[in-house]
Design a protein around this ligand. Structure first.
Ligand SMILES: NC(=O)c1ccc[n+]([C@@H]2O[C@H](COP(=O)([O-])OP(=O)(O)OC[C@H]3O[C@@H](n4cnc5c(N)ncnc54)[C@H](O)[C@@H]3O)[C@@H](O)[C@H]2O)c1
Ligand SMILES: [Fe+2]
Length: 435
């Protein structure tokens, strides 16, 4: 491919990339159209999934009103657990089975959208819980056919769960975060209405903004699709293919929008003009990483989130310890960029330039450090904790963290350069403290 030297053909490497575009609607006030959207999808009897906090907010009220105004019936399940578990997926499924619904609507963050996806799956094609769960935790059984229609209405931004066929949860018995991944789980429509972000607590805005940021930078710097082994047959080409010219476009713009707006969104919480571009950036990065895939910072984040003992950040329910997803990602990101940039310095410079760094006269061997420094400055200005030590980790945790992260091979193979368990240990060490 001649579009960019990064995508030069490699022996045995893939020759093409595919684009799976989710169906999305974006605009202030768009939630008022959900009733008509549901009708157009053939829904008559709808299950609406939300969590207890979002359930009391305006977006849920607006969506319920819109559904009823369209002449459809709706019942609300507001017991979604934040950072859901198998227990809450099962409770959501029970609700879906008992209600005999023909359509699903989710209003909330990734937690609500993922719970609706899983409930739709198990109510439509009942099976033992582990049947559809990703291997090695589960059997990774194929979903037998299409699910019932699902309209996902995010009230956060960044997870891009409205774009993906992924539902993530904590398997309580194993203390492991895992998921269910199949194209059939992708919502029929995502409705992004930026006005929902006005009630989002500031720390959540910061965490989600950095999640978007990392999705975009990781996709831009991922191994090129042309260096992944070509599939034996075209239908075996994976969804997450590595960086490619299409996701580059979306991700570069997402990095620019987050860089330009995240500080204002955190410091001026009443200004929708700073939050609207963040939601759009989240959508763009979702399209980008939905086709390209993330790599090392996300692989490391699962270890950071999974091994947390007693960190309880402001802005999230205080009933259990948690390192929120976006935070657990960005805490690793600068350490990773410093180290893997040598594999594609121009892409790291491109990311830095997209959010305003002056890259003139910067030698290639400084690319990773330049990007890391800019990300760290932005973390400081937006109240992100100072490295993994600030969320409770220390030297004694390095082995457990690296073992967990090394198990995330699905993400690690997408790194611009091979990463060993020892490399991960070094990244975690470097991520302990940044300033
Ligand atoms: N399916 C995917 O593709 C995918 C991708 C990334 C992450 N995830 C998963 O998504 C979950 C995290 O989702 P999330 O970060 O969107 O948040 P969330 O759904 O976990 O919610 C975070 C907190 O914000 C509150 N909240 C949400 N919207 C609000 C609003 N508008 N105003 C006030 N409070 C609001 C919630 O009540 C909750 O307390 C995790 O379980 C993560 O693993 C899924
Ligand atoms: Fe993420």
């Amino acid at each position: 491919m001649t579009l960019d030297p990064y995508f030069q053909a490699a022996p045995g490497g893939d020759i093409a990339f595919t684009i799976e575009a989710p169906k999305l609607k974006f605009g202030i006030g768009a939630l008022a159209e959900v009733g008509e959207d549901a009708k157009a999808l053939g829904m008559t009897r709808i299950a609406l999934y939300t969590d207890p906090r979002v359930g009391r907010l305006e977006p849920v009220e607006n969506v319920v009103k819109a559904i009823r105004a369209a002449g459809l019936s709706v019942e609300v399940f507001d017991q979604v657990e934040v950072e859901p578990t198998d227990r809450s997926f099962k409770a959501g499924t029970k609700f879906a089975v008992e209600g005999k619904f023909d359509g699903f609507v989710s209003v909330g963050g990734g937690s609500a959208m993922d719970t609706a996806k899983a409930s739709n799956l198990y109510a439509t094609y009942p099976a033992e819980f582990l049947a559809y769960v990703n291997a090695p935790v589960g059997e990774a059984r194929r979903v037998p056919g299409p699910l019932r229609p699902h309209i996902a209405c995010p009230t956060t931004f960044g997870t891009a769960s409205e774009c993906t066929g992924i539902a993530i949860f904590d398997m309580l018995e194993m203390g492991a975060k895992t998921g269910i991944a199949h194209a059939a789980l992708r919502p029929s429509l995502g409705v992004l209405d930026p006005s929902v972000l006005m009630t989002l607590p500031v720390p959540v805005v910061a965490a989600n903004g950095f999640d978007v940021f990392s999705h975009a930078i990781e996709s831009l710097t991922a191994r090129p699709f042309s260096h992944r082994m070509a599939p034996a047959t075209p239908d075996k080409r994976p969804l997450l293919q590595g960086s490619n010219p299409y996701s580059d476009l979306a991700c570069t713009e997402a990095i620019r929008l987050v860089g330009e707006n995240i500080e204002r969104a955190v410091k001026e919480p009443n200004d929708l003009t700073a939050r609207e571009p963040l939601m759009f950036a989240g959508m763009l990065a979702g399209i980008g990483f939905g086709n390209a895939g993330c790599h090392v910072p996300h692989a490391m984040s699962y270890a950071v989130a999974g091994l947390v003992e007693d960190y309880r950040p402001e802005g999230w329910p205080a009933d259990h310890a948690i390192v929120p997803h976006g935070m657990s990602v960005i805490l690793n990101a600068p350490a990773v960029f410093r180290s893997v940039a040598s594999a594609c310095p121009d892409r790291h410079l491109r990311a830095a330039a997209a959010f305003g760094a002056d890259i003139r006269n910067v030698p290639e061997d400084r690319a990773g450090e330049l990007l890391a420094t800019h990300v760290i400055n932005l973390m400081r200005r937006t109240g992100v904790p100072n490295g993994l030590s600030a969320v409770g980790y220390g030297e004694a945790d390095l082995d457990a963290l690296s073992d967990r992260a090394f198990a995330q091979q699905r993400l690690l193979v997408n790194s611009p350069r091979p990463v060993s368990r020892d490399d991960l240990r070094g990244f975690f060490k470097d991520a302990m403290r940044y300033w």
